[in-house]
Design a protein around this ligand. Sequence first.
Ligand SMILES: NC(=O)c1ccc[n+]([C@@H]2O[C@H](COP(=O)([O-])OP(=O)(O)OC[C@H]3O[C@@H](n4cnc5c(N)ncnc54)[C@H](O)[C@@H]3O)[C@@H](O)[C@H]2O)c1
Length: 408
Amino acid sequence: MDQVLPSARSRGRIVVIGGDGFCGWPTALRLSADGYDVTIVDNLVRRRIDEELGVDSLTPIADLPVRLETWSRLGKPEIGFEEIDVAEDYAALRACLERLRPEAVVHFGEQRSAPYSMRNPTAKRYTVANNIRATHNLLCAIVELGLDPHVVHLGTMGVYGYDGDGLEIPEGYLRVKVANDEGDLFDRSILYPTNPGSVYHLTKSMDQLLFQYYAKNDDLRITDLHQGIVWGTQTDETRLDERLVNRFDYDGDYGTVLNRFLMQSAVGHPLTVHGTGGQTRAFINIADTVNCIALALADPPEAGDPVRIRNQMTETHRVRDLAHLVADKTGAEVALVDNPRNEAAENDLRVSNRSFLDAGLNPITLAEGLLDESISIARKYRDRCDLSRIPATSLWTERQAPGRPEFA
Ligand SMILES: NC(=O)c1ccc[n+]([C@@H]2O[C@H](COP(=O)([O-])OP(=O)(O)OC[C@H]3O[C@@H](n4cnc5c(N)ncnc54)[C@H](O)[C@@H]3O)[C@@H](O)[C@H]2O)c1
């Protein structure tokens, strides 16, 4: 098959798998603006899941061809698009990689909602089949074709679990000492023990082993970004035209916690805090997601290196503190509701994000003005909100079913 040559001014060719999604779309635009030749690979399943759930992004997102045409009309480099299910259609993925021979592949193409992954057996099985096969197909195709792209994968902080013993979570690896029968100690560096809290997180834990194996056996160059919960909507590029606006999920399945609070405050709904709200989580603004990916691409590992794991988060907060922050700014009420998740009621969280800070990341924090931008976006589009979609309905275990004592 013919190979596509990068244009003369290009910094290199990048395939963005999942480039129509919440993190993938602003990343694709940023990389294009930075001078990379970008091709989005996506099967558009996220838009179909909205239909299945009867919800829609709070912001009116344009169809992908309209998004891409708008970008070109602004005088920006053309972004390619291939509609491929990377989990199901290995041949199409392989042909695409063979033709494009990318210098890097950024892999966002997975089912990313923990509550959705817990809805029912069909959703659990779909999440495992989709996520594991998507990742494995990508790695397998790269090896089959003898390519050497830098693979940058979006993983999650959730693989570490939230044990809350106050120890700082390192960037992926734990240094341990192992004793032999004679008591002699040996140094080892092992993947930080995973402790997934949902079927979705389980798939990200399994991805880690796929990466470890392919980096070791086939010298693939892989960066795995353990990302915190993303908040915010817009980036410099998505602000350029309303048809480039990023998606804003607010529903009980896909809405991430802070964006859900912002939207709830905009429509006069109480901010629904699960349990005591004592869960501490790691957060990052969408613009910093994009910044971190650009930094990761600029600093690939060498062939033969272990997987480079970087914690992609900028601050930690307790969920109830976030609710009160938003309530103080907007006058909303805070309501404690039953927690649908099977998790510790309270935890502490300390995380190292040294590698991005050392690389020059200047984090956007909640204390800065972008919270106001998110509030104004939520207010602008509040008429598009379907209040019935706000509650989280997926339960983690049968024990929590209505009528059972644990749920009362
Ligand atoms: N959003 C967050 O807060 C967050 C936090 C931590 C990690 N992440 C990770 O970042 C990545 C992107 O998250 P997001 O919020 O942009 O999710 P998203 O659902 O908005 O985007 C994922 C994109 O991948 C596509 N996709 C899914 N399966 C595919 C397949 N088999 N073939 C081709 N395309 C496929 C979807 O259509 C969608 O456009 C995910 O892997 C997620 O686990 C997200």
